[in-house]
Design a protein around this ligand. Structure first.
Ligand SMILES: [Zn+2]
Length: 262
């Protein structure tokens, strides 16, 4: 098993200034970050390019970014709005390629009750996957909820289609982290790592829930990249103090690096 790269998901909505976040990541030996790449979740006046440029200034690498997700349900409906979503996503993927970012992470659905799987939806998603294949990019779909859309899209066997396994989603929505992992392990190349109580997607640190990460990291796998995707306790609080954010990054990164040293 080749040792996977490790990275940290950056919080676009964090009240901590971008440059301060990057400085802290760098200080604790984080080399790779994964930001949002699109138009959603940025505070007023901030774009994906601000985060990209700050990361580069601080010597941080970006291989994987999260694409916009709020409009993903439109892809499955017959209205033309879904075509516009495809155009937008392909535009973002092209930009990512231009910035040396090769993996776009995507949620196929939004909410518990999305529109049903449809031929028009699969056609649109296959168009995005084709674009990725022609451009040496990867479209990495996340296991979000146990919905048929995930398996339907995986019928496409393109090498440009891969899975990002979110441990938190597997634990609280599928209730079967290890079973889901085993089922798809040949196509799982990336992870979002977080823990939870098995009920809510709490985005806790690795020891903050019911997933046994020691067991998880010992599984036979094809993972190239682990990304920590956890939230500071006061994540949504605009008063989050920089020293607390720094403690949060240091402690959680230390847990990840020690646990993955198998
Ligand atoms: Zn995730």
């Amino acid at each position: 098993m080749k040792k996977p790269k490790l990275g940290f998901c950056d919080y676009t909505t964090s009240p901590i200034a971008i440059d301060d976040r990057m400085k802290i990541y760098k200080k604790y030996g984080i080399e790779n970050i994964s930001p949002q790449w699109g138009e959603e979740f940025y505070p007023a006046g901030v774009t994906r390019f601000d985060i990209y440029e700050s990361a580069k200034r601080h010597g941080l690498n970006i291989d994987i970014a999260h694409l916009d997700k709020k409009q993903s349900n439109l892809l499955w409906r017959t209205e033309r709005d879904g075509d516009k979503v495809v155009e937008k996503l392909i535009g973002f993927l092209q930009e990512m390629k231009d910035h040396g970012i090769s993996v776009g992470v995507f949620h196929l659905t939004q909410s518990e009750t999305p529109p049903s799987v449809s031929a028009v939806g699969l056609g649109r998603i296959n168009k995005i996957i084709d674009f990725c294949e022609k451009n040496n990019l990867v479209f990495a779909i996340e296991c979000v909820r146990p919905l048929p859309h995930f398996d339907a899209v995986l019928e496409n066997k393109s090498p440009a289609l891969r899975i990002l396994f979110d441990t938190g989603h597997a634990n609280c929505y599928y209730k079967d982290t290890f079973g889901l992992f085993q089922k798809h392990k040949t196509r799982i190349h990336y992870t979002h790592l977080s823990n939870n109580n098995g009920i809510d997607d709490e985005h806790n640190g690795l020891d903050g829930g019911t997933i046994d990460f020691e067991k998880f990291f010992a599984l036979d796998n094809n993972i190239e990249y682990h990304l920590l995707e956890i939230n500071p306790k006061d994540f949504q609080n605009s008063d989050l103090r920089i020293d607390l954010f720094e403690d949060f990054v240091r402690e959680n990164w230390a847990k990840l690096t020690s646990q993955t040293e198998i």
